[in-house]
Design a protein around this ligand. Structure first.
Ligand SMILES: Nc1ncnc2c1ncn2[C@@H]1O[C@H](COP(=O)(O)OP(=O)(O)OP(=O)(O)O)[C@@H](O)[C@H]1O
Length: 206
């Protein structure tokens, strides 16, 4: 499987963010999108999901499911944790598993929480969690349904050093399994087989 994008151009608010941007990411690899504030990293991820339009160019997941859009084959994790505060951490994950095509079961939610080191908050209301715990529950969403592409916007925000290391291991395991990670970040993610795509600078990688 391979993610391929060509000749991408994007505008927001009447301003050109980037043009003639191209890249490829093979199964088992990561593409780290870097660039200054406002350069269009989040916009690029949202365009890949189909949430925002491109002015030109296109993208494809070669070897993916031809019946589904790229957004339907990807997990998108934005800046917001997307948790319902009145539901428990476990209930949030059961909800997301159902919405994302995974198994909407309490034991699967518990297993995902355990992988982010939060088995003990299963029955806590999400609103009672700390910022870093909320982020880790949001990251556990990646684990409740299998999708071959992870589009991650600043995934390690609010994580302490140990949680960053644990999440790096989760991403590496996903890549070892053939997954593709595209992550916008200002912080190093500690991944092997990662290439950088810098925007706000000339060109792209291919
Ligand atoms: N809803 C919107 N309407 C118009 N312009 C927008 C909108 N949202 C974002 N922008 C603009 O698009 C540009 C790119 O924003 P984007 O969030 O993609 O940048 P970024 O590289 O992810 O930045 P950061 O590193 O600060 O997260 C910015 O100039 C921003 O002001």
């Amino acid at each position: 499987m391979r993610l391929r994008a060509w000749d991408l151009a994007m505008e927001r608010g009447g301003r050109r963010l980037f043009s003639r941007l191209g890249f490829e990411a093979e199964a088992g690899s990561a593409l780290i999108v870097t660039g200054p504030n406002g350069s269009g990293k989040s916009s690029l991820l949202r365009a890949l999901c189909g949430f925002l339009p491109l002015q030109s160019g296109g993208f494809a997941l070669d070897g993916g499911d031809g019946e589904r859009t790229l957004g339907e084959q990807a997990h998108y994790l934005g800046h917001a944790d997307a948790l319902k505060g009145a539901l428990t951490a476990g209930e949030n994950l059961v909800f997301w598993a159902g919405a994302l095509g995974g198994e909407a079961r309490r034991d699967a939610a518990g297993a995902a929480l355990a992988r982010v080191g939060l088995a003990h908050v299963m029955d806590f209301p999400a609103r009672a969690l700390s910022a870093g715990q909320k982020r880790r529950v949001a990251l556990a969403r990646l684990l409740v349904a299998r999708r071959p592409l992870w589009l991650l916007d600043e995934p390690t925000t609010a994580l302490d050093a140990a949680a960053q290391d644990a999440f790096a291991a989760i991403m590496q395991g996903f890549m070892d399994d053939g997954g593709i990670v595209v992550a916008a970040t200002h912080a190093p993610l500690g991944l092997a087989r990662a290439r950088e795509l810098r925007i706000g600078a000339a060109g792209g990688v291919a």
